[in-house]
Design a protein around this ligand. Structure first.
Ligand code: COA
Length: 464
C-alpha cells in the first residue's frame, strides 16, 4: 500500500536573534556561528507562545490549506521534547485549541498521544501512523503528526547559540501527493546514554555537546547499516560493484541541531561508505594524507574524544575530505538545499529533520530540478539515544504541494530582537500578556492558572 506524506505545513515564531549580534554580545567571533556552525538566525518564541500553540498553529494551517474537517482526521500525534506536563499530553492542548475554531467536541472521535524520545520521536510517530494506515485501521481517514519544540539552553552555555523554535505538521494518507515511504526498510538503533537530557522540573537540558555530536554520528551509522541490509535484501535498491547504496539515494535529510551538523554527518557516512571502494584512491590522492585511526579503534566514545592526537588528525582529514571534488559534488547535489532553512531558523529539535526536508523540496524546486521519482533518505537522531533511518519516493503529484512553498512568506515579517529583549524572554521575566508582537490569525497563550486546585492550567485564545 502506498503510504506517505501528503502535505506539510510549518509555523515558525517571527521573533529572531541575529547570530552576529549574539556573537558580539557573548564575546565570540561571529564567523564561528556563521561559518563554523552555519547559524545566521535563531527563531525565538514570544512571551505568549509555547510548544502547544506552535503545534496548534501548524496543524490549523495544514487543515485549512487542505479544507480538512476534523471528521477526516483519525489520529493526531504530537512529538516533542518540550512537554508542558508530566501527565497531560500536548495533543490535548492542541485539540482544545483546534476545537475553538472547529467547534466543541469536533475531534472527539480522534485518537493520539504525545511521543517522547528527544529529537527522534517525530520519526517514530510518523512510522507508527504510517503502519496504522498500512494495517487498514484508518477507515480512509488521515493521520496528522505534529513535531513541535522550543530549543532552549542555559544563558552563556555553548548550546545557547544552537537555539530555535517552531512546529511542523504532516498529513499522512494512503495516496500521498508528496512522498511515499519505502516499505520494510525503516531501521533503528537504541542505547541508554546521557549525552543530552532534561530532568523533571528543569527548563533547559544538561548537554555534553561534543559527546552528543559523536554519538549522533555513531547511532545514525548503526541504523544506516541496518537500513542498507534491508534495502539490499528486499531488492529496494540494487548496487553494482564499486557502488554504495548512497549512490542510489538522491537526497539526504539529516537531523540538524545546527545547519553544519548535516555536513558533519554526511562526511562521516561517506568516509565509511567510500573507504572500501575504488574511488577512495582518488580521494586520498586529493587529501594528500591517509585517513587517521584512533589509538584504540574499539574504544569508547570517551576514549576516542580523549585521544587528542587522533581527534586533531581526524579533524584535519575531515576538512581535506570535504574539499575533494567527489564530496563537493555529493554535498551540492544531495544535501546543500536541506541545510538552508536551518541556518535561517535554528534548532527545532523534533522538527529539525522535517524542516530540512521542507527546505530541500523548496530550494531544489526553485533551482528547476524535477523531483518526481527521486529517493529521499532520512537520518533521524534523538539523544538518550536512538536513531532511525528510512526513505521515500517523491510522487508525480508533488508539484501541487511544492510549487506553493515559500519559507519567508510563510514565516511572515520577522522582527529582530535586541539582546536585552531576548534575555528578558529567555529568563521568563515577562508575562504572556507582555508579548512583543500583536498576534494575528494564530493561537496564543493567554494565561496560566496559579490557584492550588487548578495550578498549571493553561488558557489559549485564537486571535483573529
Ligand atoms: N571561525 C570559523 N569557525 C570557527 C571559529 C571561527 N572563529 N571558531 C570555531 N569555529 C568552528 C569550529 O572549528 C567547529 O567547526 P568544526 O567542527 O567543523 O571544526 C565549530 O565552529 C564549532 O566550534 P566548537 O568549538 O567545536 O564547538 P562548541 O564548543 O562551540 O560547541 C556544540 C558546539 C554544537 C557542541 C554546542 O553548541 C552544543 O552543545 N549544542 C547543543 C547540543 C547539540 O546540538 N548537539 C548535537 C548533536 S544532537
Amino acid at each position: 500500500m502506498a503510504v506517505g506524506i501528503d502535505d506539510i505545513a510549518l509555523f515558525i515564531p517571527r521573533l529572531f536573534v541575529d547570530s552576529a549580534d549574539f556573537a558580539m554580545a557573548r564575546g565570540l567571533d561571529p564567523a564561528k556561528l556563521k561559518q563554523g556552525l552555519g547559524i545566521s538566525k535563531m527563531a525565538i518564541v514570544d512571551t505568549n507562545q509555547d510548544p502547544a500553540c506552535l503545534a496548534a498553529n501548524a496543524c490549523l494551517k495544514l487543515m485549512q490549506r487542505n479544507n480538512l474537517s476534523p471528521h477526516e482526521v483519525g489520529r493526531l500525534y504530537v512529538a516533542t521534547e518540550s512537554a508542558l506536563d508530566e501527565s497531560k499530553a500536548l495533543n490535548s492542548y492542541v485539540i482544545g485549541m483546534l476545537e475553538q475554531v472547529y467547534g466543541d467536541g469536533s475531534f472527539e472521535h480522534c485518537g493520539g498521544i504525545e511521543c517522547k524520545f528527544a529529537c527522534v520521536s517525530g520519526s517514530y510517530a510518523l512510522y507508527d501512523n504510517a503502519n496504522w494506515i498500512r494495517a487498514g485501521e484508518s477507515e480512509g481517514k488521515y493521520a496528522i503528526v505534529v513535531v513541535s519544540d522550543i530549543a532552549k539552553y542555559d544563558m552563556g552555555s555553548s548550546g545557547e547559540y544552537t537555539q530555535g523554535a517552531g512546529a511542523i505538521a504532516m498529513l499522512l494518507n494512503d495516496n500521498p501527493r508528496l512522498m511515499q515511504f519505502d516499505p520494510k526498510v525503516t531501521s533503528t538503533s537504541i542505547k541508554n546514554e546521557y549525552d543530552f537530557y532534561r530532568p523533571f522540573g528543569k527548563e533547559t537540558p544538561i548537554v555534553h555537546g561534543q559527546y552528543s555530536n559523536l554519538l549522533y554520528l555513531i547511532q545514525v551509522k548503526k541504523a544506516f547499516e541496518a537500513y542498507k541490509k534491508k534495502a539490499l535484501e528486499t531488492g529496494l535498491i540494487k548496487i553494482r560493484d564499486g557502488e554504495t547504496i548512497l549512490d542510489h539515494i538522491d537526497y539526504l535529510c539529516m537531523h540538524l541541531p545546527y545547519s553544519n551538523m548535516g555536513k558533519k554527518a554526511l562526511s562521516y557516512l561517506l568516509r565509511r561508505e567510500w573507504r572500501n571502494l575504488p574511488r577512495w584512491k582518488r580521494i586520498i590522492e586529493q587529501t594528500g594524507m591517509e585517513e587517521p585511526v584512533p589509538k584504540d579503534p574499539r574504544g569508547t566514545i570517551e576514549s576516542i574524544l580523549a585521544d587528542e592526537e587522533y581527534m586533531a588528525k581526524d579533524h584535519e582529514f575531515t576538512k581535506l575530505f570535504t574539499r575533494t571534488k567527489e564530496y563537493q559534488a555529493f554535498y551540492e547535489d544531495k544535501l546543500a538545499s536541506s541545510l538552508i532553512a536551518s541556518s535561517m531558523i535554528g534548532n527545532l529539535y523534533t522538527a529539525s529533520l522535517y524542516l530540512g526536508f521542507r527546505s530541500c523540496l523548496e530550494f531544489e524546486f526553485q533551482k528547476g530540478v524535477d523531483l518526481e521519482g527521486k529517493r529521499f533518505g532520512f537520518g533521524s537522531y534523538g539523544s538518550g539515544s536512538s536513531a532511525m533511518v528510512f526513505s521515500g519516493i517523491i510522487q508525480p503529484t508533488y508539484k501541487e504541494i511544492v510549487k506553493n512553498m515559500n519559507l519567508e512568506a510563510e514565516i511572515g515579517e520577522r522582527i529582530k530582537l535586541s539582546l536585552h529583549d531576548y534575555e528578558e524572554i529567555h529568563e521568563n521575566r515577562r508575562a504572556p500578556s507582555q508579548s512583543l508582537l500583536d498576534p494575528k490569525n494564530e493561537f496564543v497563550l493567554v494565561g496560566i492558572e496559579n490557584s492550588p486546585e487548578s495550578k498549571g492550567e493553561r488558557k489559549y485564545a485564537f486571535c483573529q
